[in-house]
Ligand binder design. Structure first.
Ligand SMILES: Nc1ncnc2c1ncn2[C@@H]1O[C@H](COP(=O)(O)OP(=O)(O)OP(=O)(O)O)[C@@H](O)[C@H]1O
Length: 301
């Protein structure tokens, strides 16, 4: 399907290298080859020398981003969903190489937060006149995240969702309703208090993705982590919580507690299940430290 690596040559020497790291399996219904042709035809050839590199396996995007940073390639565009974006971005923390995003996933959280359009033609237009900005990177223990990470119901749903064939917002909502019935609140120590929580989410950005704003007053470059703790809620409150998630008012809900800080600590049960940027992960510990490295990632906007 792909030519492994190819370049668009030109006689101009002042062009800047831009790598496109493509997850060929992202966005199941997307036509990757058509998007590559668009890049070939519409990316400003006076400004950029583009290299398209399909990933060969999970984790390959991180290796490629490390290589780009080592070679001082100024730009690398993650073409895929939030998983590919996270894998690419984590290798660029504290480096000069700037991250661009061609969003192909179902949530596209970081892309939406950075104002990246969802249509490939528009993304290319934007890349052609991109400026660079610096954003914060956050960590759950040593695992980087750029949008949100958390424990409880969201992590549980991310885990169920990761095993589904179908993607997209509708499938996510379906998983949410399905799992709500049997879900047991999570016992944890947080900020010196014992809790039974529905979920605790730490936000570098405001949203999970899909414009679902769980930490709606977070700012991605302020050096602080926003936290929304949701207390257990009855089923009849679910529609109002979902509405609040999308109209950016969840922090005003009677079921929410909101915090802001540069570091948080949480102790839950052994083998704590977390999600980071929507990817589920079962840890071999019961303790979390959530921290931030201010303005440590360059992004194309
Ligand atoms: N060549 C590859 N083969 C198998 N897995 C890959 C490959 N390249 C990337 N991956 C893995 O695929 C996972 C999912 O990719 P990504 O999030 O980009 O797409 P998606 O699942 O379509 O998006 P979303 O989760 O938003 O629906 C990533 O975590 C990544 O590790």
């Amino acid at each position: 399907m792909f030519v492994r690596k190819y370049k668009f040559f030109s006689i101009f020497v002042s062009k800047q290298e831009i790598w496109f790291v493509v997850n060929p399996f992202s966005g199941r219904k997307k036509n990757h080859q058509a998007i590559i042709s668009l890049i070939e035809n519409q990316l400003d050839k006076k400004k950029y020398q583009a290299t398209i590199i399909p990933t060969k396996a999970a984790g390959h995007a991180t290796e490629l981003a490390h290589e780009a940073a080592e070679k001082q390639v100024p730009y690398i565009v993650a073409m895929g969903g939030d998983g590919t974006v996270n894998e690419t971005a984590k290798a660029l923390i504290g480096r000069k190489t700037a991250l661009g995003i061609m969003p192909l996933g179902s949530g596209n959280g970081l892309a939406r937060e950075l104002g990246v359009p969802m249509k490939p033609e528009k993304v290319i237009e934007k890349l052609n006149k991109a400026t660079i900005k610096q954003i914060d990177a956050c960590f759950v223990n040593d695992i980087p995240f750029f949008c949100t990470a958390g424990v409880g119901f969201d992590a549980h749903c991310a885990d169920v969702f990761s095993r589904l064939k179908g993607r997209g917002l509708l499938n996510y909502v379906r998983v949410g309703f399905q799992e709500f019935w049997a879900y047991k609140p999570l016992s944890c120590d947080f900020g010196g208090n014992k809790y039974e929580v529905f979920s605790i989410t730490f936000g570098n950005a405001r949203q999970f993705g899909n414009n679902a704003y769980i930490t709606p007053i977070a700012q991605i470059d302020d050096g602080f982590i926003d936290c929304t703790l949701l207390n257990p809620l009855p089923l009849w409150k679910v529609p109002s919580i979902i509405t609040r998630l999308f109209n950016k008012t969840i922090h005003e809900s009677a079921y929410a507690e909101v915090y802001r800080g540069a570091k948080f600590k949480l102790k839950g049960q052994e083998n704590l299940l977390i999600h980071y940027d929507g990817e589920p992960l079962r840890l071999d510990t019961d303790e979390l430290t959530i921290s931030i490295r201010e303005k440590s990632l360059h992004v194309m906007v």
